[in-house]
Design a protein. Structure first.
Length: 147
C-alpha cells in the first residue's frame, strides 16, 4: 500500500498565486514566481520646510547610477531597476524571498515646487530628493485715484 500525503491547502495556495499574478501583486515568498520581474513601490517619506520639500525613498539594492528621476508637466517620477544576483550552484535555494523588479513611484508636484531646482543623492539605498519652492509673489495693493 502506498501512503499519499494529503495537503488540503495546496489548491488554495495555487489559486492565491495565480490571483497575485493576474492582479500584478508581488509574488509571495517561496513561490515559483518569486524569481520573476515585479513592480515594486518604494516606501517614501515627504517633509516640508519653509523653502523646500524633502523626499526620502527606500531603494534597497539599487545602484545610484541606475536611478531615473524625471519631472514632466507637474509629475515627478522615480524609476529604478533592481536585480537579484543569480548563483550558478548545483544546490537549489531552500527559500527565496528577494526578487528582481522595477521600483516606480509618481508624485504630483505642488504648484509652488520649482521643477528646475530638484537635486538628488543616494546613500546606502536611500534616495533623497530636495525640491526647492518657488518664491511666491506677494499680492500688491493698487490704489485708485479719483478722476
Amino acid at each position: 500500500m502506498t501512503v499519499v500525503r494529503f495537503e488540503p491547502w495546496s489548491l488554495i495556495n495555487r489559486l492565491h498565486g495565480e490571483l497575485d499574478q493576474l492582479l500584478g501583486a508581488p509574488p509571495s515568498a517561496g513561490s515559483r514566481a518569486a524569481s520573476r520581474v515585479a513592480a515594486l513601490i518604494p516606501h517614501v517619506d515627504v517633509r516640508e520646510a519653509a523653502d523646500r520639500y524633502l523626499l526620502q525613498a527606500d531603494l534597497p539594492g539599487v545602484q545610484p547610477t541606475d536611478i531615473e528621476i524625471t519631472a514632466d508637466q507637474g509629475v515627478l517620477t522615480i524609476r529604478a531597476p533592481r536585480g537579484v544576483e543569480r548563483r550558478e550552484d548545483a544546490e537549489t535555494p531552500a527559500r527565496v524571498e528577494r526578487f528582481a523588479g522595477i521600483f516606480q513611484r509618481r508624485f504630483t508636484l505642488p504648484d509652488n515646487a520649482n521643477a528646475e531646482a530638484i537635486s538628488a543623492r543616494s546613500h546606502h539605498g536611500v534616495l533623497e530628493l530636495t525640491i526647492m519652492k518657488q518664491v511666491k509673489p506677494e499680492p500688491r495693493r493698487i490704489s485708485v485715484e479719483a478722476a
